[in-house]
Design a protein around this ligand. Structure first.
Ligand code: PGA
Length: 258
């Protein structure tokens, strides 16, 4: 049995300027204990403009919170106005990069093929992708949740070696649960996360499937974190709204005490 250390990630989306980011990280660091860090990996994903400031605080105070980004381009450099290269993030000690968040897919037209290029570029830059997948409400009601999610996972991991798949993170985020206050029931979330692990096993083998960490995301809050985290195939959470407040986020990271 592989021990998958939970990873709880705060996706700040387009919130918190660099001053607010520094304050939030400092507050979060005071709220977390050594034991929390021993039991749970924590990452925060602020906007690009905050990364350097947050990195400096994490470094200066030796805070064991990993720095994450919300997106990146797949090329190393070039004429791509407005984009950020994986190597630039790696230089800032970014450890985790979200790829294919549903807001990127829905609002900015990101396709599976581009998400796959991002996943591969993130790995090439020695960082860890958090590959997102999830169904719309219409897809859920039509009974096509597993087909949609499996398709996104297979497409997103195209051409990735099995040894690398074991080290990455997949985030299952039902789109209808993001930012809506509606959460999948723990049983439903477990069913889909279990199906994702089965798809990884089929395509990349049992070792990769046993090691890959699968997060649930979509209105995770202090009141529902423990139940979600108790599911056997849920190895963490990708938290949006509730990660903006250091106390709420710390309570989620502390789910085992709730
Ligand atoms: P939420 O966002 O927790 O605000 O629902 C989750 C996400 O989009 O990562």
């Amino acid at each position: 049995m592989v021990d998958r250390k939970p990873l709880i990630s705060g996706n700040w989306k387009m919130h918190h300027n660099h001053f607010e980011a520094i304050q939030t990280v400092q507050k979060l660091s005071y709220a977390l204990t050594k034991e929390d860090h021993a039991l749970v990996d924590v990452s925060i994903h602020p906007p690009f403009t905050d990364l350097r400031s947050v990195q400096t605080v994490l470094d200066a105070d030796s805070i064991p919170i990993a720095l994450g980004a919300q997106n990146c381009h797949w090329e190393d450099k070039g004429a791509f106005t407005g984009e950020v290269a994986p190597g630039m993030l790696a230089k800032l000690n970014v450890k985790y990069v979200i790829a294919g968040h549903s807001e990127r897919r829905e609002l900015f037209g990101e396709l599976d093929q581009q998400v796959n290029l991002k996943v591969r570029a993130i790995l090439k830059a020695a960082m860890t992708p958090i590959l997102c997948c999830g169904e719309t409400l219409a897809e859920r009601e039509a009974g096509s949740t597993e087909a949609k999610v499996s398709g996104q996972v297979i497409a997103g991991l195209q051409g990735v070696a099995a040894e690398q798949v074991g080290g990455l993170v997949i985030a299952y985020e039902p789109i209808w649960a993001i930012g809506t206050g509606r959460t999948a029931t723990a049983e439903d979330a477990q069913t889909v996360c279990g199906a994702i692990r089965a798809v990884v096993a089929q395509s990349f083998g049992d070792t990769a499937a046993a090691k890959v960490r699968i997060q649930y995301g979509g209105s995770v809050k202090p009141s529902n974190a423990a139940e979600l985290m108790a599911q056997p195939d849920i190895d963490g959470a990708l938290v949006g709204g509730a990660s903006l407040d250091a106390d709420d986020f710390a309570r989620i990271i502390n789910y085992r005490i709730a």
